[in-house]
Design a protein around this ligand. Structure first.
Ligand code: BGC
Length: 755
């Protein structure tokens, strides 16, 4: 950010009245900011949302009636592509649609962490892992902004449930915030430089996210280097003057009372006009910048965007199970196919709420598959269940069973209806609706070639019927091209390459946040801490249904030759890692190679592994390629919340390269020699064990052990036992057991010498 007050926006601010500045900090209406013609300040238009443009045709706050736009896969699908270039292309396409519609800021991407699969808005978020979320968000932001349109990372931060989102406090300790919930935003800011960020509705540790100076100014702006403006989530501001003080640059939508309250705060002296100037400066700078970058004549190629939507969906679909190569299907060998479930014809391709796009065109799997099969193959279609809810009619189910029996293969479309997951509404369980479960259960009993195609925005429980079907394809809410993408994958025109960006637990109850969600008395405390998703399941060695990073292909890949450029490195070094991947099957395919880091021994407890790198590569049959990663200090550090700093501890680290978090193919051990040294501060309750390596502590310990009839050196079994007890005594007990020889004053003096 240009802080020099000679910049254009500062010149304008110096001329504006207090009232005008307060007005600029608050929206003009639902989707735009106040213009001030006399200063050459234009209005700035904003619109949702993360996976496509939702530009409202009018100023209405309504969720429907937006202009036709391309509906791309939602974030939870896009992240399963693990393809940053592709996400960049999606961002670019949406940026173009924004330009064509006069929108300067796109209100996305959403990158809140999937703490629990119950969050009704998980479909709008990328992952349970902050590294993956941050990288995807940064790619998306760069794409949107390459078109001269600002992206807006949201919802900053701790908005991990919809339950009481406007009144609860997300209570998160600093280490967990830094390592998990802030990390993705940090990556997105540092690698994407978004022009905007949206504060969450909720409080963080008791302070509204939009009034939290530590978050908005210290962390986001000063530490991460954010240079854009922070906008409130719609209606999130409770105290406009406190929001300005904290660093919230724009309240949206308009609130007739806010400008007067800001003016009053300045007049009574609870807010300074200098602070108001500082806060509107980045906003005005972006307003002027986006105006200068406006394109008035944009020719949209909707067909090209549609093809991109199909490609993105194809890369997002995850083949969860494929026993005995049930898939791909061979169209030439089929005489009849049963397509069961209304999602086959009426796909659920996006979620409900503010991200809902008016898709200008949609594909459904029924039409796409019929086109692949041609006239010669009979297709029996039956919707069986309604688009919404749990209900079904037994006679429909019986008819479906009959069709499944007489067909060569049954494609069963199941998932979550709109009313099961949406903005403003958390899920009550992660089960499928009874109607969908009955369909897959019954059909799989009569047709061995039953393939389940799932459409849902977040993890679901499949344990009840998974064993009875040979193949499961997760199609998420994969946008307007979903039907074509599903057909292409089922029939092998496209080789699946998506991998899970979230774990599928066996049961909801296994989720680490289960006992602490959704909180009570307007407080939700993240007691599971840093152990989110696979960080928990893997550290606990728990069985999961499908692990983080899992996804099958129609080909196979061989991993070999893991090489590091140095086995020993310092915290100022960059570690270069490479390995070779060979396509050993007989069709082309793409593999997502994942790099995890494990801290072998650490002062603070750490997850057994953490994702620190990934790459997606395309390989022809028999082709081999090298994949390269670079790691630096940050990738080995944890956040120490007593020292309030990132800490890279000397010692051994394992590098784990694999095809999923549970399918590690290559290992290497490296040694970090860190310049960071943990200073030990001794106090009255330090255990004697901690003094053993201290030059004046050791003789002290030796003397005490001698008084108890043992010694540090002895390895006799009875001495090992005695040492275990005595070395764990806190220092203060040396006063109790000294028979009056060693007083508390002497101890405190000794502590002074030790420290
Ligand atoms: C949502 C935001 C959205 C805004 C504007 C809010 O309710 O939480 O994600 O951008 O509305 O539609």
């Amino acid at each position: 950010m240009s802080n020099t007050k000679t910049a254009d926006h500062w010149k304008i601010i110096s001329k504006m009245t207090l009232e005008e500045k307060a007005k600029l900090a608050s929206g003009r209406d639902v989707w735009s900011t106040h213009p001030f013609e006399k200063y050459g300040i234009p209005p700035m238009y904003v619109a949702d949302g993360p996976h496509g443009l939702r530009k409202m045709a009018s100023d209405a706050a309504s969720l429907h009636g937006s202009v036709p736009a391309t509906c791309f896969p939602t974030a939870s699908a896009m992240s399963a592509s693990w393809n940053q270039d592709l996400i960049h292309q999606v961002g670019t396409a949406i940026g173009k649609e924004c330009q064509a519609n006069g929108v300067q800021i796109l209100l996305g991407p959403g990158l809140n962490i999937k703490r629990t699969p119950l969050n009704g808005r998980n479909f709008e978020y990328y992952s349970e892992d902050p590294h993956l979320s941050g990288k995807m968000a940064a790619a998306f932001v760069r794409g949107v902004q390459s078109e001269g349109v600002g992206a807006c990372i949201k919802h900053f931060v701790g908005n991990n449930q919809e339950h009481e989102r406007m009144m609860n406090s997300s209570n998160i300790d600093e280490r967990t915030l830094r390592e998990i919930y802030l990390k993705g935003f940090e990556i997105a800011v540092k690698e994407g430089q978004p022009w905007s960020a949206m504060c969450a509705y909720n409080k963080i540790n008791g302070v509204w996210a939009g009034e939290n100076e530590w978050l908005l100014t210290t962390v986001l702006r000063e530490e991460f280097g954010f240079e854009g403006f922070v906008v409130s989530d719609w209606g999130a501001v409770n105290n406009p003057d406190k929001a300005i003080q904290a660093g919230l640059n724009l309240e949206m939508p308009d609130n007739a009372f806010s400008p007067a309250r800001i003016v009053e705060a300045v007049q009574v002296g609870t807010l300074t006009e200098e602070r108001l100037d500082e806060v509107i400066a980045p906003l005005l700078k972006i307003i002027l910048k986006t105006y200068a970058l406006r394109k008035t004549k944009v020719q949209l190629d909707f067909e090209a965007h549609h093809q991109l939507a199909i490609r993105t969906a194809e890369e997002s679909l995850v083949l969860l199970k494929n026993e005995e190569n049930t898939l791909p299907l061979n169209a030439n060998k089929l005489k009849s196919v049963a397509m069961l479930g209304s999602f086959a014809k009426m796909p659920r391709y996006q979620g409900g709420g503010s991200s809902n796009v008016n898709a200008y065109k949609t594909e459904n799997a029924l039409d796409a598959i019929q086109a692949i099969l041609g006239e010669a193959v009979e297709v029996y279609y039956l919707p069986v269940y309604e688009a919404m809810g749990d209900q079904y009619d037994q006679s429909d189910l019986d008819q479906a069973i009959g069709l499944a029996k007489k067909a060569d293969v049954a494609l069963v479309f199941i998932g979550l209806p709109d009313d099961f997951e949406a903005e403003g509404l958390d899920r009550e369980h992660i089960d499928l609706p009874e109607s969908h479960k009955a369909l897959i259960r019954e059909v799989s009993q009569v047709q061995p070639n039953t393939i389940a195609i799932l459409s849902n925005g977040a993890a679901v429980e499949v344990d009840e019927w998974e064993r009875d079907v040979p193949a499961i394809l997760e199609s998420w809410l994969s946008g307007q091209g979903s039907g074509q993408a599903i057909a292409n994958i089922l029939f092998g025109t496209t080789n699946p390459s998506g991998k899970l960006a979230e774990s599928f637990p066996l049961r909801l109850q296994h989720n680490p946040s289960h006992l602490f969600f959704p909180g009570q008395n307007r407080e939700v405390t993240y007691r599971e801490g840093i152990y989110v998703g696979y960080r928990y399941y893997d550290t606990k060695s728990m069985e999961v249904m499908f692990p983080f990073g899992h996804g099958l292909s129609y080909t196979t890949f061989e991993y070999s030759n893991l090489l590091v450029d140095k086995k020993e490195f310092s915290d100022s070094d960059t570690l270069k890692i490479r390995c070779a991947i060979l396509n050993t099957g007989d069709c082309a395919g793409a593999e997502v190679v994942q790099l995890y880091v494990r801290d072998v021994e650490s002062t603070l407890p750490r997850p057994i592994k953490e994702l620190k790198g990934f790459a997606k590569i395309n390989l022809e049959p028999g082709e081999q390629q090298q994949v390269e990663f670079e790691l630096s200090k940050a990738d080995f550090s944890y956040y120490d919340d007593t020292l309030h700093t990132w800490f890279a501890e000397s010692g051994e680290f394992q590098l784990l390269v694999g095809s999923s978090s549970r399918d590690i193919r290559l290992y290497e051990t490296v040694q970090l020699h860190s310049s960071q040294v943990r200073e030990v501060v001794y106090d009255r309750f330090s255990p004697l064990r901690d003094l053993v390596d201290h030059p004046i502590g050791r003789p002290f310990v030796e003397k005490i052990l001698k008084d108890f009839g043992t010694s540090l050196e002895s390895d006799k079994p009875e001495d090992i036992e005695a040492k275990a007890i005595f070395l764990s005594l806190p220092l203060i007990k040396s006063v109790n057991f000294s028979h009056g020889q060693f007083s508390m004053d002497m101890l405190d003096k000794f502590l002074g010498d030790l420290n």
